[in-house]
Design a binder for this molecule. Sequence first.
Ligand SMILES: Nc1nc2c(ncn2[C@@H]2O[C@H](COP(=O)(O)OP(=O)(O)OP(=O)(O)O)[C@@H](O)[C@H]2O)c(=O)[nH]1
Ligand SMILES: [Mg+2]
Length: 285
Amino acid sequence: MKKKLLKISIVGKTNAGKSTLLNNIIGETISITNKKINTTEDLITGVCNIKEHQLIFYDTPGLNYIKNLNKNKIKLKQNFWNAFNETDIIIYLIDLKKYNTLEVSNNLKKLLQINKRIIIIFNKNDLLNKKIILPKIKELDNKFNIESFFSISAKKKLGLNQIKNYLINKTYFSDWIYEQDEISDKDDIFISNEITRNSILTLLHKEIPYNLNIINKMFKYLKNGDLKIKQEIELNNIRYKKIILGKNGEKIKNIRIKSQKNISKILKVKVHLYINIIKSNAKKI
Ligand SMILES: Nc1nc2c(ncn2[C@@H]2O[C@H](COP(=O)(O)OP(=O)(O)OP(=O)(O)O)[C@@H](O)[C@H]2O)c(=O)[nH]1
Ligand SMILES: [Mg+2]
């Protein structure tokens, strides 16, 4: 059968549930999610193949995060906006609990300038009465050129099939970009680094994770099938070391244990994780 394709960007405020939506549509964890804000820092591609259709999703950092990026991360900002050149449809994902008319209108004005079709998905409908959604749809539909509206719970996987079917109906004849069994542009090393960053995000004050990099030094399957991983936490400021270590090294221990457990769960293999802390000029500290 002739192949078909559709490229979709998922945008929205940080914490709206973009990565949760991506993971639950694909059926595997390829983008890390967290209760805290600004979890996704990079563009993450997820691929979903259904018969002759290939849906390619781009998970993006939060719109507000991108807006406030400092100079060091200018490239991320460029990548963010460039990603839309590749996109056929934009999903604007909105956290119903945090709905703010003015903010949504401003974001829509900006997104509409990109000149791509936009669908709006209201997320977290498990948390409130669905009656409040219809007036919002009416209001936005009157003001803006939106192709379609949906209401879902990305976390509880409610309404995801409707979205999938809708997108499948929009695919066009084209060669596929990814192979049948590729579900992401990111590999297991990237994901294991992200899991450690996420453990740090969960266990430490929120400023810290944005001042470090996780570097993989070893990713090796042992004879018995276990996976041995060595990672370095690279800090741009030495003063964070004490915080990451914690009292008697308790914090780093918990980070290591949490990360090891989550990597095991996601990669479905027993993991032995070792973590070192280094300063950015690569000296062990
Ligand atoms: N109750 C509920 N919680 C949700 C739903 N979708 C996502 N969440 C939660 O919202 C939080 C943020 O989800 P993420 O998927 O990390 O959000 P994000 O938009 O990717 O956030 P950034 O990467 O920071 O831009 C997590 O704690 C999710 O479990 C939902 O449908 N219902
Ligand atoms: Mg995210």
